[in-house]
Every structure is written in structure tokens, then in C-alpha cells.
Design a binder for this molecule. Structure first.
Ligand code: B12
Ligand code: SF4
Length: 523
């Protein structure tokens, strides 16, 4: 696929390749926490995994991708894949809600292929490398970007010589110095979309105009400082607009993709890049629609006009709270007026606004949550999504909750932003769950909202998805009662996997601190 467009490197032929065994199997573990909610949120290919895959392919290594989440694979399916591909290295991509499944899959790898090397990466592994490495089935953790680190691992570079790697030695875990952040994302080839089956993926019900849809990222990192977010203070860098448009054209021509979901933390933060991207995409005159994330303070008439012209039909804005004190406390002190203006601008240009709120932040009370509801009702947002604030390892919120002794438990399966996991003195979990239901009913059971939803729906699939969403949104339903192949990943206990005695960290270091200094001290 590579030769046709710029910035997509040619895959090299690998004469050393063993036809019966591959070099690398990348596994995206399931998220049991999302079971039953999966129809509400998108199921899209894991871009980090696909980016690592395309980079190692470019360097001549053979690679397969196993998205155990989207394909709903169980432990036996993973064993079958391991026996089929016999990878010499397995890479596990780990978000917090995937951590227990990742631990379990690592064990399965070593049972099936005792000589394979198991590497973990992703934000959870990066935040808690020592904890991951207490599972003897995990050989090393990659902190930060995995593309080049994985090439070095496949080239059998000694672990001591790979920057950004944490690994076990006789003296405990060694954290190699951080890998310098790659500021030029064009150096990474386009994600290896060809390694997954697009039919397994779908966007969230309210997020698309056309199908098929796929996710993309032009930038990585965020200069924001939000206390609940793993992207806080991560280094901002971008692909060139030229390469982004080339990717879109490729996906449009080769795969018939018509809808693009940009998952950049803040798509509009680099204004010039964003404007240039829009101009280039407009010039291609493709029949595409797309969405992207903005911040209330990173939007303007000029940008909205350019985005609309290029096919953008919806922006997602993380409002989080309607209470100024909570906004300060969570590190996103953006004035209401800015959000109001952003909504007005978007609507003036015919762009929908999806706003995201969190409840149960540190310091929250019924009254502060009610300010969020009032804001949601008054601001003319087209859609609202509400989550429960979750103390993800590596965030300032986790650190504070841990230090105050407020974490209720660290059963990672529950870390899907649908459970109250912090026990604060001023509010109990029942109140937060009660408010969640109250909020959703007040927001969604409005005639104005129903009319808008009907008007915007373009296909029967959307009606089906809305109907499936009702029990979750309005009746507080939380998990799928029918059971699924994911059951084998539920009820796992991290302690059962932590068989190597290494000093546990007393205080967890922030993910961004790890990224900034390269030395994660005692995590
Ligand atoms: C797209 C996205 C989604 C998509 C998922 C599509 C998909 N399959 O990826 C959707 C919309 C479905 C989604 C859902 C949710 N998401 Co989300 N999502 C993102 C987002 C915005 C981009 C992910 C991405 O593509 N990143 C780009 C790639 C290049 O980065 P990467 O994945 O980190 O991979 C790089 C490195 O980490 C490393 N790496 C990763 N894996 C591996 C493996 C190996 C072996 C190696 C060596 C290296 C390595 O190398 C990669 C390439 O450089 C991130 C934020 C972010 N900026 O990353 C949040 C993020 C992942 N989501 C998050 C959350 C909380 C959620 C939800 C719970 C939200 C909700 N309430 O519903 C759900 C459920 C997720 C879950 N597992 O439970 C959090 C996760 C926090 C955590 N500690 O787990 C994040 C980090 C947001 C944040 N900033 O806090 N999400
Ligand atoms: S919530 Fe948004 S603005 Fe805040 S740090 Fe995360 S990605 Fe950046």
C-alpha cells in the first residue's frame, strides 16, 4: 500500500523471515468494564498498536494485530492465535481497564510459548511500570511512543540499551532514561489499517453522518493540565497536514471510508496546522464528513468556517463541570462565556456540539453537580455525555486520592468511568449514581432533544443504537446481563499475577512527570 502516497513508507521485504513464525504479535486486550456499554461508545481500531505495527513492518519484520476487544476474543482464541503465529515477541497495549486482562494474556503467552518475549506499553503500563513488571510473564515495559522501541526490541538490542524501557534485573526494576519525544510524526508511517477488518468497527451512535467510519490522529499530546487526564502536559507534536490529507485520500480511495473521527486530544490547538489541514482537505473535494475535539478556549469563527468547509459536522468539547470551583480544582478553569461563545460559533457554521461532563470529581457535592446540569440544559449543546470521574494511575487525581486514602479499590476492571472509585468525605457513591440518573433524564427526556435526534438521524442503524442506549442512559443499567465471551476476563485479581517481589511504590509518579524527566523514580 505504501508506494502510492507520500509519507507512507514502503514495506521492506524481509529475507530472514521464517514462514512458520512471525516476529511480533500485538494484542489489544479486552475492556471488561465496557461490556454492555460498547454500543454507546465507539469501537474503533487501536491506533497506537497499528502505528507500531506499520513501523515494524517498514523495518522488515512480520507482524499481526489481535484486537481482542473488538473481536470479543476469549482466552482460548488467544491461545489458538499464539499457536498459529508463534511470535517471538508479543506486545500488549494496556489502558487501565485492560490491565487485568493484559496480565492474564501475558501468562497465557508464556504458557504457550515459554521463550517469547512479552512487552507491555500504553498509558497504564507507563504509569505503573513496576507494578506491571511484578508479573513475571511481562519482560519489559515501554514508556512513551512504542514505534521505535519495538523495532529495537525486535532487533534484539540489549534491554539496557533501549531508551524508555523499564525492565527487571537482579537488583530490581531498572528504568532506562526516557526516549526523546519524536516531534515529527511524519516519521511514523500511516497506521497499519490493513491488519484489521474494518467490518468489526463502528462509531458511536451520535458521532457520524456517513459510514464506513474510521479513527485518525494528526497530533499527539496536550498542553492542558487537567488533573483527571492521562494526556495532561504531554508533549504536543503533529503530522504535517499534507501527510494527514494523504492518509485520508488513501482510506477514501482504497477502503471507501467516508467518515473520519479525529481523536487528537485537542484538534484545534495548533491553529495554523489545523487551518492548513482544512484548506488542503477542502481542495481535494472529497465527499467526507468528520468530527474532532476542541477546547472551549481553542476555537474561533475562522477555524470553524474552515472546518465546516472541509466536512466537519461535529465538535466534541470537554466541559467537564459547570461549577467554577470544581473547574479550578480539576485544572480546567475555562469561563462559561467561552463555552457559550464556542457553541454559538459552531452553530453559526452548522457544526453540532457534543459536550462531555464528569461528575464525582474531587470536592464535588450535589450542588456543584447541579451546576453542571444547569449548564448542560442552558447551553444548547446538541449532545451531552456524562462520565464518572475516575482516578486513573498517572494522573494528579489518582495521586491525590491515593495520598488521602480515598481510593476505594484498584480493581482495574472497574476503571471505565462508569463507577465511583473514590470515597470522599463530603459525598457518597449513592448520591453520585443518583445524580447521574437525574442528569441523564433531565437532559435526554426533553422534547427539543428528541426532535433534534430524529432530525439528524440518517440511517436505521442510528435508531437501533439510540434504542439500545435507553436502558443505560435513563434507567442506570450498567452491564450486559446476557454474558459474552469476555466473561473469562472478569473477576481477575491483580494480586494473583504479581508473583515477583519488588518494592511497591509508596507514591505514584505522574505519567507526565515520567514523560518530562524520563526517570520514574519508584513507580
Ligand atoms: C481514541 C480513544 C478512544 C476510542 C478507542 C479507540 C481505540 N481502540 O483506541 C474510544 C472512543 C472507543 C475510547 C473509549 C474510551 N476511552 Co479513550 N481514548 C482515546 C484517545 C483519545 C486516543 C487513543 C489513541 O489512539 N492514541 C494514539 C496512540 C498513538 O497512542 P497510544 O494508544 O497511547 O499508543 C502509543 C503509546 O502508548 C505506546 N503503546 C501503546 N500500546 C503499546 C503496546 C506496546 C507493546 C508498546 C511497546 C507500546 C505501546 O506506543 C503507541 C504508539 O506510540 C486516548 C487519549 C490519547 N491521547 O491517547 C483516550 C484514552 C485512551 N481513553 C481513555 C478513557 C478513559 C476512555 C473511556 C473509559 C472513556 C469512556 N468513559 O467511555 C473509554 C473506554 C476505554 C477503556 N479501555 O475502557 C483514557 C484512558 C485512561 C487510562 N489510564 O486507561 C485516555 C488515555 C484518555 C486520557 N487522556 O485520559 N477511547
Ligand atoms: S482533558 Fe483535554 S485539555 Fe485536559 S489535559 Fe486532557 S486532553 Fe488536555
Amino acid at each position: 500500500m505504501g508506494g502510492q502516497i507520500p509519507f507512507v513508507r514502503e514495506t521492506m521485504t524481509n529475507e530472514k523471515r521464517n514462514p512458520n513464525a512471525i516476529d511480533l504479535l500485538l494484542i489489544y486486550p479486552p475492556w471488561p468494564a465496557a461490556k454492555g456499554r460498547a454500543r454507546l461508545i465507539s469501537t474503533l481500531p487501536p491506533l497506537g498498536v497499528l502505528s507500531i505495527a506499520s513501523n515494524v513492518e517498514h523495518h522488515g519484520y512480520s507482524v499481526e494485530v489481535c484486537d481482542a476487544h473488538a473481536y470479543q476474543l476469549d482466552d482460548n482464541d488467544i491461545r489458538t492465535l499464539l499457536r498459529k503465529h508463534k511470535p517471538r515477541v508479543v506486545g500488549l497495549s494496556v489502558l487501565t481497564s485492560q490491565a487485568l486482562a493484559a496480565h492474564s494474556i501475558a501468562r497465557i503467552c508464556k504458557q504457550e510459548l515459554p521463550n517469547c518475549t512479552v512487552i507491555a506499553g500504553g498509558v497504564h503500563a507507563e504509569a505503573l511500570p513496576v507494578r506491571m513488571l511484578r508479573n513475571s510473564a511481562i519482560d519489559a515495559v515501554v514508556r512513551g511512543d512504542g514505534e521505535d522501541a519495538m523495532v529495537e526490541i525486535l532487533a534484539n538490542t540489549h534491554f539496557n540499551d533501549i531508551t524508555g524501557l523499564s525492565h527487571r534485573t537482579e537488583d530490581g526494576v531498572v528504568h532506562n532514561p526516557a526516549r526523546p519525544v519524536n516531534m515529527n510524526l511524519d516519521e511514523y508511517p500511516m497506521p497499519a489499517y490493513h491488519l484489521v477488518d474494518f467490518d468489526m468497527y463502528y462509531p458511536g451512535a451520535t458521532t457520524y453522518r456517513q459510514l464506513p467510519a474510521i479513527n485518525l490522529m494528526m497530533t499527539r499530546g496536550c498542553p492542558g493540565k487537567c488533573t483527571f487526564c492521562n494526556s495532561a502536559k504531554t508533549t504536543l507534536r503533529t503530522r504535517s497536514p499534507e501527510s494527514m490529507v494523504a492518509q485520508i485520500k488513501h482510506l477514501y480511495d482504497e477502503y471507501g471510508i467516508r467518515q473520519f473521527q479525529f481523536y487528537d486530544d485537542t484538534f484545534t490547538v495548533l491553529k495554523k496546522t489545523c487551518l492548513e489541514f482544512c484548506e488542503r482537505l477542502t481542495a481535494e473535494n472529497l465527499n467526507v464528513s468528520w468530527i474532532g475535539f476542541i477546547r472551549g478556549d481553542c476555537f474561533s469563527d475562522k477555524i470553524a468556517a474552515a472546518m465546516k468547509k472541509a466536512g466537519c459536522h461535529q465538535v466534541l468539547v470537554g466541559v467537564e463541570t459547570g461549577n467554577p470551583d470544581i473547574a479550578n480544582r480539576i485544572g480546567k478553569p475555562i469561563d462559561h462565556k467561552k463555552y457559550k461563545k464556542a457553541v454559538e460559533i459552531a452553530h453559526r457554521h452548522g457544526i453540532e456540539v457534543r459536550a462531555s461532563f464528569v461528575i464525582g470529581s474531587l470536592g464535588e457535592t450535589w450542588d456543584t453537580m447541579n451546576d453542571s446540569l444547569k449548564m448542560a440544559l442552558n447551553m444548547d449543546f446538541d449532545f451531552v455525555q456524562l462520565f464518572i470521574s475516575t482516578p486513573y494511575p498517572g494522573t494528579a487525581m489518582y495521586k491525590e486520592a491515593a495520598e488521602r486514602g480515598w481510593l476505594t479499590h484498584e480493581s482495574w476492571d472497574a476503571y471505565g468511568q462508569a463507577r465511583v472509585l473514590v470515597n470522599q468525605p463530603q459525598i457518597d457513591s449513592e448520591t453520585i449514581y443518583r445524580f447521574e440518573k437525574h442528569f441523564n433524564r433531565k437532559f435526554y427526556m426533553r422534547r427539543k432533544f428528541a426532535k433534534r435526534m430524529l432530525k439528524r438521524s440518517t440511517n436505521p442503524r442510528q435508531f437501533r443504537d439510540y434504542a439500545l442506549a435507553v436502558p443505560y442512559l435513563l434507567m442506570g443499567m450498567r452491564s450486559d446481563p446476557t454474558g459474552s465471551k469476555w466473561d473469562c476476563w472478569e473477576g481477575l485479581n491483580e494480586d494473583d499475577f504479581l508473583d515477583v517481589a519488588l518494592a511497591e511504590p509508596t507514591i505514584d509518579t505522574l505519567t507526565h512527570t515520567i514523560r518530562d524527566t524520563g526517570l520514574p523514580n519508584n513507580t
